[in-house]
Design a protein. Structure first.
Length: 231
């Protein structure tokens, strides 16, 4: 019986079948099959078929792993989202202070009259900070203006950037007339340089020196009440 199975396995192998394909038809241990087939030489065509099959298998395996990761990420994110319940205005106030602490322009010893200016390229962060300014700090639209910072090589797409940020901020296009261009680096590790990049938006508040000082005080209050040592 084993001899017949071996002959059958050799025949399949010479036809260019892989070990996994042969094992589906011949119920033996893989080690046994390997011993039977170690002296079987394959033609170039057969070897190429097996190599292509392994490549396809590797690709399918990579796709399967990627899908598993995507599903895992989705489950983790959905569970995390469910942990966030209704957010009060006081909590939004804290969030805005933390955002400004991270991305806002602070007053320095050499510049004690710094206005409130918040810069970012993330549209959701921009929307959240605008909500903070309008609904929590009560800053009117007329007291705000915008600046766009982008690269010299993107001058021909600036109209798209203005349209994009106008939509994100729900503000008229004429409020985006302050545009600044940075010299483009030939070699860069930045990923956001192609289609879909609309530069960095800076939200500025007019006559806001004292508001900036107040935000600085709020930041200090958070530091002190969180038990963080201020050096």
């Amino acid at each position: 019986m084993k001899l017949k199975l071996k002959e059958k396995a050799v025949k399949f192998r010479k036809q260019g079948l892989s070990y996994s394909e042969i094992l589906k038809q011949i119920p033996v241990a893989k080690s046994t099959l390997s011993l039977w087939l170690k002296s079987v030489n394959l033609s170039n065509k057969q070897s190429q078929r097996l190599a292509e099959k392994r490549l396809v298998g590797a690709r399918l395996g990579a796709i399967a792993k990627k899908n598993q990761r995507i599903e895992k990420v989705k489950l983790i994110k959905n569970a995390a989202i469910s942990e966030i319940k209704t957010i009060s205005n006081r909590e939004i106030w804290f969030i805005g202070i933390a955002l400004y602490w991270a991305e806002g322009s602070k007053q320095k010893e050499h510049n004690i009259s710094q206005r409130v200016a918040f810069s970012n390229s993330d549209p959701l962060m921009i929307k959240l900070f605008l909500k903070w300014l309008k609904e929590i700090i009560k800053i009117s639209d007329s007291d705000m203006y915008f600046e766009i910072y982008t690269h010299e090589n993107l001058k021909n797409t600036i109209s798209q950037a203005v349209k994009y940020w106008s939509k994100i901020t729900n503000s008229p296009k004429h409020k985006f007339n302050r545009i600044y261009y940075k010299k483009n680096k030939i070699k860069t590790k930045r990923k956001n340089i192609g289609a879909g990049y609309y530069g960095l938006l800076r939200i500025c508040v007019k006559k806001s020196t004292n508001l900036n000082r107040k935000i600085s005080g709020w930041i200090d209050g958070i530091i002190q009440n969180c038990g963080v040592v201020q050096w």
